[in-house]
Design a protein around this ligand. Structure first.
Ligand SMILES: NC(=O)c1ccc[n+]([C@@H]2O[C@H](COP(=O)([O-])OP(=O)(O)OC[C@H]3O[C@@H](n4cnc5c(N)ncnc54)[C@H](OP(=O)(O)O)[C@@H]3O)[C@@H](O)[C@H]2O)c1
Length: 258
């Protein structure tokens, strides 16, 4: 008799935190849908592709649908969700992890980067929730985890569109949790409040990265799996890693060395 495996849909899985989550959810017994722009046939300038991550997840026991998609494009968000449902018939866990964090003066920047941040950091998670939550509600079970940042409450960071969109993502998570209360689908946000090593973050920091003390992305696995395995009524929370460490949900301080 075959036992149906749970399915996790993870965005931003070509590198960094999303890559770590993919490998660890595979180890935890999940099949996976992984989304990012960088693919084996169309890599970007940063290391890592969604196909590389898919291979690592397969080595850890998962069946994987690897999707090259640009979440800036609403049609590609929709088609990614639909491809997941065609392949697996369901998604149990949605982790909206992909994001961009444009730097620079908002007044000089025009609207292009602002709109890009809104599309990727807010609208893409919304579209994926609209596409995937109805099936979760039908089955009476689902977990949505939206990855936010302490930038949401740190306006002096110099990344106005990032601060704005992460605060919006947190508000959206709380409001959607309220709308879905009692359905078996929980919606929570993790406000990541420390520096976790990732290729993308280190790239944006430039030389400043050399003086920084990074934590290991595995702390995000602890956080996401703890929320995933929690009760349905653990919903509507915006939690930091510090909060989760107080609950012993996340391991103690880590350090990352390449
Ligand atoms: N690292 C930290 O210390 C830290 C702190 C606070 C919050 N966070 C949050 O944690 C999450 C992951 O961050 P990270 O540090 O792992 O970042 P990262 O290394 O830059 O990875 C970002 C991921 O998002 C994907 N992505 C970006 N734009 C995309 C698009 N248009 N379409 C599809 N995928 C796209 C990237 O893939 P492609 O380039 O291949 O598309 C990549 O896989 C983000 O939500 C970030 O805000 C991180």
């Amino acid at each position: 008799m075959s036992i149906e495996k749970p399915v996790a849909f993870i965005t931003g899985a070509s590198r960094g935190i999303g890559k770590q989550l993919a490998i660890d959810y595979a180890k935890a017994g999940y099949d996976l849908v992984l989304v990012a722009r960088s693919t084996a046939t169309s890599p970007t300038k940063l290391p890592g592709t969604v196909d590389d991550t898919a291979e690592l997840a397969r080595e850890n026991g998962a069946k994987v649908l690897s999707i090259g998609a640009n979440l800036n494009n609403p049609d590609e968000c929709e088609s990614s969700a639909r491809a997941a449902l065609t392949e697996f018939g369901k998604v149990d866990v949605l982790i909206n992890n992909a994001a961009i964090a444009p730097i620079g003066s908002t007044l000089d920047a025009g609207m292009k980067l602002w709109r890009l941040a809104l599309e990727i950091n807010v609208n893409a998670p919304l579209i994926l929730m609209q596409e995937l939550c109805p099936g979760m509600i039908e089955r009476g079970y689902g977990r949505v985890i939206n990855i936010s940042s302490s930038a949401s409450v740190n306006p002096e960071m110099g990344r106005v569109s990032y601060t704005t969109t992460k605060r919006a993502l947190e508000g959206m998570s709380e409001a959607l949790a309220s709308e879905l209360a009692g359905t078996g689908v929980s919606v929570n946000a993790i406000r990541l409040d420390l520096s976790v090593w990732s290729e993308g973050y280190v790239f944006t920091l430039g030389d400043r990265a050399k003086e920084m003390d990074f934590e290991d992305p595995i702390v995000m696995t602890d956080a996401c799996l703890w929320i995933t395995n929690n009760d349905n009524d653990y919903t509507g929370n915006v939690v930091t890693i510090a909060d989760l460490r107080e609950l012993d949900a996340v391991r103690g301080k880590t350090s990352y060395s390449q």
